[in-house]
Write a protein that binds this ligand. Structure first.
Ligand code: ADP
Ligand code: MG
Length: 667
């Protein structure tokens, strides 16, 4: 077996092999008589080999006749023919594992797993493990390597005895041995369903490693120094006295949590979670004031230019009256303007810098960066987040990450365990829930009539086109839809917004929409994150079945921000898949971001939520967050105690499970 192939499976060290656990088991402990084999069930049978030949029956195939059984192979090596011939000469039997089908010549098996035996050769006593494999790596070789690793000697237990007994854990050594070589009489179902104590131990260890590594990462960051900011400075106080609106209870709580962190001499790593429209921006603005009050700068980074412009507008409106100088780095600046903006950031003249990832590019030097706010954090890569640091000294700025994608509790307890989390779980008062309606695409005319009527009454609407924002196809769909709607709704001012427009063009369209000059905005998902135009109260999402749940929820969050009742119309095509139907049903029924996220997690797994975290936080191979919720809590408790009382064992445990990967999670 080529090492490169094993490498693909992540198999290098003996422990890698030991932790390469079976996917399932096959029962080869009993022989089934040929005439008693139930159809459709894999069984072990045995028969004397009589003839073997390569035949052409439409397709080249190796056909082996054994007594009462035909074996057929469509993919084979010529050496296999020779082996069968040899077996015939030696009077050997073939022992084959597979499903029996009745063919023209009686019982048949296609591509069974087989070996040659003497008629009275003993059967295995234990279930046969089947390993996750990659193309080109045979089960037998894989099993050989695993057993070799197991047989090399006892395997150390990284969990101290006292914790093992407290959490009623089976020994590690025994557990992995049992899973690789289940003894006779073990309950197959408990292995298949992974409820056996041996599985419980393995899953516990995996979760424990995840907790330990994230907690270690957390501690490492906490051990760095960060500027102490003040939460009681003059600017913050005067802004707090004259807020544009009264903060909700949840906003106040989140603000206090953030401010408590900022006065510490360690870098804050806080995730501010709140559903779309819950009002995260003002909390960020207040945090920025803590920096300004302490003679430090703040940076606010947004994933799109549209969003950064919106932040620039809001921040100017709120903070410039206090005399705060804001620099907005954006794509339409002339070379001279850009140079001046950069100079302002470098000299500290600009107290708050707002922009996209342009903020982390070369040439952007802060004089004294104290706080980095990262909006819609899942849109950024780890590297981009990390580079938004102070230049030129060791202290790192505080980080406030914001996300409108609610993260289900199970995920924040596991993959996000290295962050502190604040949640804004309340919407500002006066919001009316958005009504969602589903329309088949054939009812487009009714939808157009509805838009005409609403816009005649002074409302504004979005028309969201499907497919990826920046793809050629997506842009074309948007352009065509725009042309079509312009002629269908000739009385309305229609605007077009997509990712291929220049920043200046985009900004101009957005301005006209904000000012109410554009009534219907045809757009791609560029508006998905953060866009805030309270007067827009109608949204049509075309081919809604092609969007993900989180995305639909985000899009819908663009409306329902004003005093008017808002309606979101999901247009869908003819052939809905099962999951697409399920998604539309969920979004139709619920407007609660957390509920939607939970269902989304069930439908799609954690990938979407992790974003860049995928490469950072250790993924789980064995534990299942839904089914093993209880184990998660136990692993959290155990990790806490292990770090306190058994730090050496804790490191050994992380090393065992994450080895090469642990570096990533600690950036
Ligand atoms: P998000 O959390 O989605 O980023 P924003 O910060 O954009 O939400 O806030 C959504 C809208 O609600 C904005 O227009 C904002 O000014 C307004 N807003 C925020 N907090 C309150 C509040 N406590 N009372 C009234 N309006 C608020
Ligand atoms: Mg926002």
């Amino acid at each position: 077996m080529k090492p490169a192939k094993l490498d693909k499976l992540g198999l290098r060290s003996p422990l890698d092999f030991i932790l390469h656990l079976p996917l399932r088991y096959e029962d080869e402990t009993v022989l089934t008589p040929l005439n008693a084999a139930p159809p459709g069930h894999p069984v072990l049978v045995q028969a004397r080999v009589q003839r073997a030949a390569i035949l052409f029956r439409g397709k080249r195939q190796l056909v082996v006749n054994a007594e009462g059984l035909v074996l057929r192979f469509f993919h084979f090596r010529n050496a296999q023919l020779d082996q069968f011939k040899q077996a015939i000469e030696q009077g050997l039997y073939v022992r084959a594992f597979g499903e029996i089908r009745s063919g023209l010549l009686g019982a048949e098996m296609a591509h069974p797993r087989y070996r040659f035996v003497k008629p009275d050769q003993a059967l295995p006593q234990t279930l046969t493990p089947v390993y996750p494999a990659a193309a080109g790596i045979g089960q037998t070789r894989l099993r050989g390597k695993v057993l070799e690793a197991l047989d090399a000697g006892p395997i150390e237990d990284t969990v101290p005895p006292e914790l093992r007994s407290r959490f009623a854990l089976a020994a590690f050594d025994e557990s992995v041995r049992l899973l690789h070589r289940p003894p006779p009489g073990v309950e197959l179902i408990s292995l298949v369903e992974r409820t056996h104590p041996a599985w419980r131990r393995v899953k516990f260890d995996e979760l424990l490693a995840q907790q330990l590594s994230l907690k270690l990462a957390y501690r490492k960051r906490r051990s760095r120094s960060a500027p102490r900011l003040r939460a009681d400075g003059a600017l913050l106080k005067s802004f707090a006295r004259a807020l544009p609106f009264k903060l909700t209870r949840a906003q106040t709580r989140a603000m206090n949590e953030v401010l408590r962190d900022l006065v510490q001499p360690h870098p804050m790593q806080r995730l501010l979670q709140g559903d779309v429209g819950s009002g995260k921006t003002i909390v960020a603005a207040i945090a920025c004031l803590a920096a300004t009050d302490s003679d430090h700068q703040a940076a606010v980074m947004a994933p799109t230019e549209i969003l950064s412009e919106q932040h620039a507008r809001k921040f100017s409106e709120w903070l410039e009256p206090l005399g705060i100088r804001i620099a907005w780095l954006h794509g339409s600046l002339s070379a001279g303007q850009k140079k001046r903006a950069l100079a302002g950031i470098a000299s500290g003249e600009a107290q708050i810098a707002i922009g996209t990832h342009a903020l982390v590019q070369k040439g952007v030097e802060f004089r004294r960066l104290g706080l980095a706010v990262i909006d819609e954090q899942h849109r950024f890569g780890v590297q981009q987040r990390l580079t938004l640091r102070r230049k030129g000294d060791d202290a790192v700025p505080h980080q406030l990450m914001m996300s409108a994608t609610p993260i289900p509790r199970t995920l924040s307890m596991t993959y996000f365990a290295d962050l502190d989390v604040s949640v804004i779980d309340e919407l500002p008062p006066g919001r009316r829930p958005v009504t969602t309606r589903r329309f088949a695409a054939g009812r487009r005319a009714e939808v157009l009539a509805r838009i005409s009527a609403s816009c005649a009454e002074g409302e504004q609407a979005y028309w969201v086109c499907p497919v990826i924002e920046d793809s050629k196809e997506g842009v074309q769909t948007a352009v065509e839809t725009y042309e079509r709607l312009r002629s269908e709704l000739a009385a309305l001012q229609v605007g077009l917004l997509h990712g291929r427009l220049s920043p200046a063009e985009r900004s101009a369209v957005m301005q006209r929409f904000v000012a109410g000059e554009v009534q219907l905005l045809v757009c791609t998902t560029v508006i998905e994150v953060g866009v805030d135009v309270p007067n827009a109260s109608l949204m049509v999402i075309e081919s809604a079945e092609r969007f993900g749940l989180a995305q639909l929820h985000q899009l819908r969050g663009r409306i329902g921000r004003g005093a008017r009742e808002s309606v979101c119309i999901l247009l869908f095509g003819d052939s809905l898949s099962e999951t697409a139907r399920a998604r539309l049903q969920i979004i139709f029924k619920s407007t609660d971001g957390f509920e939607i996220a939970k269902r989304d997690l069930q439908l799609r797994g954690p990938g979407e939520y992790l974003g860049e975290r995928q490469s950072g936080a250790p993924l789980l191979r064995f534990a299942d967050l839904e089914r093993d919720g209880e184990l998660v809590q136990q692993a959290i408790d155990a990790a806490e105690e292990m770090l306190e009382r058994h730090p050496v064992a804790a490191r050994a445990h992380v090393e065992r499970w994450l080895g090469r990967r642990k570096d990533l999670s600690q950036t």
